[in-house]
Design a protein around this ligand. Structure first.
Ligand SMILES: [Zn+2]
Length: 417
């Protein structure tokens, strides 16, 4: 596993400003790491990140940001803004988005390490605030709820919180170091079967068994999976399967996710999933309701921003290992189609550690994760600084964006069935 020490002297010479940003992260390390550890110890699932969002807001206020909580329609979304002191004659100057996440996984805690994302985003914002008097434009911090479920960032896009941004930067913890990633389009699917209760021994023929339909759905999906393309996924859990063995279940519920790296193929998967669920309902003689929510899109990594990130990371000896071929999904994909975006990963664990596991959760509070959090804060701040300092980089980022945005996928989750 690549190991790095953000306190070590960078391998390549840094500008004075970048050195000062790195020093500012170190000067505030106690506050940044305390935030990471507190959020890790108090995990809150999607849309319920009340403590985390309050702590993030408090920290930003302490460092001079004008803070909105809630920001937009989500109770736990945060926006912090700080204007640079160097106004430009040509206009207000760049607005660089420094993002953070803080939701946990139900029953697991911070198995995705989002505590390190909250802390590094705040850390980057704090570092940039120390140079605010020298910067043009505005530092825009966005605390984004509900990445694990529900696509909070799409809600924030709909709320207009990404309007006017010139770039969006967000680090994610991983078992490798890479700036580009192959995110899969995905949606959550809730399937509810409704039948009729009856005594399971004395008059079962009077019942309609919703659990039978649920079992048929899982079997149908299991057989279908063999025919799916390798870059597609379908997986689910049982949420409700009856309340007692002697009652024919009148209600059974499952939560699935379907995913693919190909938008057109994804649509065929969606249609087939609905057919399998409806077929299962018909076989059991029950009714079914299917609800798609929380669409995430594929990722459009911005080349110009990615090059800056890689150069800044290499100064600390962190070498990009190329895109992770085993991708999940993220609503950062949605952001990547509305503003130039990077969503780089940095390692907090060995490559043998699975994500969304107890091992990854525990690692997210270990000293290596802390050091990675500080490095991520430093690299986000330095990459943002590059954009404030050199307007041609923003032009290049938007040129890359325009060259790729024509391929913007229709957002999943915008229709229901
Ligand atoms: Zn995550």
């Amino acid at each position: 596993m690549p190991r790095f020490d953000p306190q070590a002297a960078p391998a390549a010479p840094h500008s004075d400003a970048k050195r000062r940003l790195a020093d500012a992260v170190q000067a505030n390390r106690a506050e940044i790491l305390d935030l990471s550890q507190r959020i890790h110890a108090n995990p809150e699932p999607a849309f319920e990140e009340r403590q985390a969002s309050a702590w993030v807001a408090e920290s930003l206020r302490r460092h001079g940001f004008e803070v909105e909580l809630p920001a937009g329609s989500l109770e736990t979304a945060v926006r912090g803004r700080l204007r640079g002191g160097r106004g430009g004659a040509k206009g207000p100057g760049p607005r660089i988005g420094v993002l953070a996440e803080y939701d946990a996984l139900p029953g697991l805690g911070h198995g995705c390490g989002h505590n390190t994302m909250a802390a590094s985003g705040v850390g980057a914002a704090i570092a940039l605030s120390t140079l605010a008097s020298e910067l043009p434009g505005e530092i825009v911090f966005l605390g984004c709820p509900a990445e694990e479920r529900g696509s909070g960032k799409q809600r924030m896009i709909d709320d207009g919180l990404f309007e006017g941004l010139d770039a969006a930067l967000l680090y994610h913890p991983c078992d490798r170091n890479h700036v580009d990633s192959v995110a899969l389009a995905s949606e959550d699917v809730e399937v509810l079967f409704t039948g009729r209760q009856a005594h399971a021994a004395s008059d079962p023929w009077k019942g309609l068994n919703a659990l039978d339909a649920l079992i048929l759905l899982f079997n149908g999906v299991a057989l279908w999976r063999q025919q799916l393309r390798p870059s597609s996924r379908v997986h689910g859990i049982v949420q409700e399967g009856g309340t007692a063995a002697n009652i024919i279940p009148d209600r059974a519920k499952a939560w699935f996710m379907i995913r693919s790296d190909d938008r057109a193929y994804y649509e065929t998967m969606r249609t087939r999933f609905v057919e399998i669920a409806e077929g299962a309902a018909r076989q059991a003689g029950v009714s079914v309701e299917i609800a798609f929510t929380g669409g995430a899109t594929t990722m459009n990594t911005n080349d110009a921003l990615a090059r800056r990130w890689i150069a800044n990371a290499e100064a600390y000896g962190v070498i990009d290992q190329g895109p992770d071929p085993f991708a999940g999904s993220t609503d950062m994909g949605n952001v990547s189609w509305v503003v130039p975006t990077i969503h780089p990963d940095l390692a907090i664990v060995a490559t043998t550690t699975p994500g969304h596991s107890i091992a990854f959760r525990d690692a997210a509070a270990e000293p290596l994760a802390d050091e990675t959090t500080l490095l991520a804060a430093t690299l986000v701040a330095q990459t943002a600084y590059d954009l404030y300092a050199d307007p041609s980089l923003i032009e290049a980022a938007w040129a890359d964006f325009r060259a790729t945005a024509g391929a913007a996928p229709e957002l999943p989750g915008t229709h229901r069935s």
